[in-house]
Design a protein around this ligand. Structure first.
Ligand SMILES: Cc1cc2nc3c(=O)[nH]c(=O)nc-3n(C[C@H](O)[C@H](O)[C@H](O)COP(=O)(O)O)c2cc1C
Length: 373
């Protein structure tokens, strides 16, 4: 039996296998509300046998959305459509996970596939167009580009209020029925902006020394853990390194992980980058060494980034580099990846939905008979 397809438990939640769908923004919400697109997009991964399916970066406050089309959990009305999704994921045997975050200075950018703010006046009400000035640790823009504005620096009182906003969103995620909560601390978004000296030039208790720059992340963990039940796992996604001179490093991540663990973080989801000009060169498994370093320090880890085959995923687990493997674009390309992986690795597990699995088995038997003649 492969490790990839074997179950694994985090607290009271057992994943049927170690394949996780990575959070992927769909830029398809109006007013932060999930709709049928989000349902269909996520449902197919549960039907495809994934151990856990993660809902995209979901903003804890409206101004924390990457785009006006991003999901939110700042309002009670946003619970019900997410609850419908979580219920279906669980009914199909997947753990339901959700990522909560705040984009900071990278908020209010154009929808990816548009590439610019080119909505017509007629279209704007239909797509829920909104544009606002982002907030950040310091008034430094992400980059000199029309997509990014100069943010307003958060006041001390505003920073101190942020952990409560994460906790409120976590409470709503709980009411929506999610099993796993992931705090988004990666990709140059707000928490990463506080961690990194490149974007944090504050002179109060949240800037300066590493301990000060880590303060918001740790307060968010504490506030979130206080409302997220002890039986449910709390994950955190980090850019393990900014990959820029003077930026956040692997060593910094290990220091943060050591503080996060006793506060109830169960796993670090190991990504990287998010600042303009980062020296990151995607290649197969390019972020696996980061997950390996985190796991070697005693904190469970999830590997992500250009993982495309069952054999590669199995090798990541068997070499001890990670506890879980997350797939982003590979899951989009093949929502049935876990079902196909079981076949490729020769595992007897069968997570096909009963409505469709029998038909595929009959097809395979017919093919075998035809080959035998
Ligand atoms: C369309 C798209 C949307 C994404 N949205 C998010 C997101 O909401 N939160 C996040 O942490 N990462 C996001 N990512 C990054 C992925 O979760 C993943 O880490 C990255 O794509 C690398 O994995 P892959 O090579 O398997 O795609 C997104 C990636 C894609 C392709």
């Amino acid at each position: 039996m492969s490790q990839l397809l074997s179950p694994v438990a985090f607290r009271d939640v057992t994943l049927r296998n170690r394949l996780v769908v990575s959070p992927m923004c769909q830029y398809s919400a109006v007013g932060g509300l999930a709709n049928d697109w989000h349902f269909a997009h996520l449902a197919r991964f549960a039907l495809g046998g994934f151990g856990a399916v993660t809902v995209e970066a979901t903003a804890v406050v409206p101004e924390g959305r990457i785009t006006y089309g991003c999901l939110g959990l700042w309002d009670d009305a946003q619970v019900a459509p997410l609850a419908r999704i979580a219920a279906f994921l669980k009914l199909q045997g997947a753990a339901a996970a959700i990522q909560i975050g705040h984009a900071g200075r990278k908020a209010s950018t154009p929808l990816w596939w548009r590439g610019a703010f080119n909505e017509t006046e007629a279209e704007k009400p239909q797509v829920g167009f909104e544009h606002w000035q982002p907030v950040a640790p310091s008034a430094i823009p992400h980059m000199d580009h029309p997509d990014y504005q100069t943010p307003r620096a958060l006041t001390l009182a505003e920073v101190q209020a942020l952990p409560a906003r994460f906790a409120e969103a976590a409470s709503r995620a709980l009411r929506a029925g999610f099993d796993i909560l992931e705090i988004h601390g990666a990709h140059g978004y707000l928490i990463n902006q506080f961690l990194s000296p490149l974007s944090n030039q504050r002179s109060d208790a949240y800037g300066g020394s590493r301990a000060n720059r880590m303060r918001l992340a740790l307060e968010v963990i504490e506030a979130t853990r206080a409302v997220w039940p002890a039986g449910k796992p709390l994950f955190m996604r980090l850019s393990v390194q900014d990959a820029l001179p003077g930026g956040w490093t692997i060593e910094d991540t290990l220091a943060l992980a050591a503080e996060a663990k006793p506060r109830g973080v169960d796993l670090i989801d190991c990504s990287s980058g998010g600042f303009a000009g980062a020296a990151i060169h995607p290649a197969p498994g390019y972020q696996v060494p980061l997950a390996h370093a985190v796991r070697a320090s005693g904190m469970p880890s999830m590997a992500v980034g250009l993982i495309t085959t069952p054999e590669q995923a199995e090798a990541i687990l068997s070499s001890g580099s990670a506890d879980l493997v997350a797939l982003g674009r590979t899951a989009l390309d093949d929502p049935n990846f876990p079902l196909h992986a079981a076949r490729a690795l020769g595992d007897a597990v069968d997570h096909w939905p009963r409505q469709t699995g029998f038909a595929v088995r009959l097809r395979d038997q017919a093919l075998e008979r035809a080959v035998r003649g």
